[in-house]
Design a protein around this ligand. Structure first.
Ligand code: LLP
Length: 435
């Protein structure tokens, strides 16, 4: 590596006064996404991978302002659905910068994407099953295709997000070359792809390297001009996926991105002439650019612990319930008549939301500056897969989001209202009455 650990934005680095001001102005729960930090993260990626195609995995944060910042920074967009393609188009990505990854794609999504490609044939469809190729051909598509491979090896912060090796994703490695050559008879096969998983930490780099090495080998095989009886493919890139982890725990080391980039280049080498490396990080771009602000409404001492009740829950940030994910939590204080958070004693607490499930916690056994009713808590590293995985469960409107751009905050997602919760029902009833 070159630069050692790159700087990380910790929850302690955010300006507490500023966050309190935003919570006062916009109420809680409130997502805050700092576009200036998003841009920094894009620069760090482009700096570490100067010769690679860097594609932002849109699913991590689909907000229009984020997508525009990422587009301006020069990244491409990797989209997991018609909805994400639609958002990326709206944010100004043109086909040459759009990569649609089809995973058991619904017919509606294929119809939509084939329609987009008819107008803008530079779009690429990444395909992980021969059935998907057939379904594209049935729709008259003969454009750019990237073959997704199950590399047989994976990594990630939780088994639920360890993609590589999971049979659901990609064509098995030992069938991939044949599938790619067959596909080239009907489509323009421009790349091969594999994704290890999400949240690759420093201690999982060996698996990542192994995946990358296998993909390099596949690319060399497919482009081999001396292959027996098979024509070489004109590949443009080897996409080794995303998954670069970010530190969630306050004391966790950051992934040394320049070192990961070096190791990736080394493992994939030698790349055939004209074939580029591609990566598609999501989390790395947006995670530490976001916090979730939530207010304490209940402080309940129990024999075992103190439960701190807040107005955000698993509906707003699902990761702790779904993956046992750790998000750092900071007490910004603000309760009337209480000393500033910095002057209070650290107390072990469980931070729990308003949902009727035991799993509805944002953090367990945390040492927080003794929370009081009215305090504001900042849940850190919430910019990736935060709002994106929010739901209306328990009939809870989704929170608002503000984006900070060059220091100025603007509302990017308005808070949902109780009326929003029943919109689709009322519309269905109206349509039923008309029929
Ligand atoms: N490329 C593909 C094909 C993917 O499936 C994903 C993530 C990425 C790129 C980006 O991975 P990233 O760089 O963000 O780790 N909801 C989970 C994460 C699911 C990731 C799914 N695929 C979480 O909150 O941890």
């Amino acid at each position: 590596g070159t630069g050692g650990d790159p700087p990380v934005r910790r929850v302690s680095d955010w300006d507490g006064e500023r966050l309190r001001g935003l919570a006062d102005a916009h109420e809680t729960p409130l997502y805050v996404q700092d576009l200036d930090r998003v841009r920094e993260n894009c620069e760090r990626l482009l700096g570490a991978f100067p010769d690679a195609d860097v594609r932002y995995a849109v699913k991590a944060h689909t907000g229009q302002a984020v997508l525009e910042a990422v587009r301006d920074a020069g990244l491409d967009a990797e989209c997991a659905s018609a909805g994400e393609v639609d958002r990326a188009l709206a944010a100004g990505f043109d086909g040459s910068r759009l990569h649609y990854t089809a995973v058991n794609p619904p017919a509606r999504d294929l119809d939509y994407v084939v329609g987009v490609a008819a107008a803008d044939p530079d779009l690429t469809v990444t395909v992980g099953a021969v059935d998907t190729l057939d379904r594209l051909a049935e729709r008259g598509y003969d454009g750019r295709v990237c073959v997704r491979v199950n590399p047989g090896v994976g990594a990630g912060h939780h088994e639920k997000v360890t993609t590589g090796g999971a049979a659901k994703f990609g064509i098995p490695y030992d069938r991939a070359a044949t599938a790619a050559r067959d596909a080239a008879e009907r489509f323009d096969v421009v790349g091969v792809h594999a994704h290890a998983g999400s949240g690759i930490d420093p201690d999982q780099l060996d698996s990542h390297r192994e995946l990358v090495a296998r993909m390099g080998e596949l690319a060399r095989d497919l482009t081999d001009p001396d292959g027996e009886g098979v024509a070489p493919l004109d590949l443009e890139y080897v996409d080794v996926g995303g998954g670069f982890g970010v530190p969630y725990r306050e004391d966790a080391p950051a992934l040394d991105l320049p070192a990961v980039a070096d190791a990736t280049r080394e493992a994939v080498a030698p790349l055939p002439e004209g074939v580029d490396l591609a990566v598609e990080p999501g989390r790395y771009v947006v995670a530490d650019a976001g916090v979730l602000l939530t207010q304490v409404n209940t402080v309940k001492p129990t024999p075992d612990e103190t439960v701190v009740g807040v107005d955000a829950g698993m509906t707003d940030l699902l990761r702790p319930s779904m993956y046992d994910a750790y998000h750092p939590i900071r007490n910004l204080g603000g309760a009337e008549g209480e000393p500033s958070a910095g002057e209070r004693e650290a107390t072990p607490v469980t931070v729990a939301g308003p949902i009727c499930e035991t799993g509805d916690t944002l953090g367990r056994d945390r040492a927080l500056a003794a929370p009081a009713r009215g305090d504001l808590l900042a849940v850190g590293v919430a910019g990736a897969y935060g709002y994106e995985m929010a739901s209306q469960y328990n009939s809870r409107p989704r929170p608002a989001e503000v984006a900070i751009d060059d220091g100025t905050a603007t509302t990017t997602r308005r808070r949902e209202t109780l009326g929003d919760l029943t919109t689709v029902e009322r519309e269905a009833a109206r349509q039923g009455a008309e029929r």
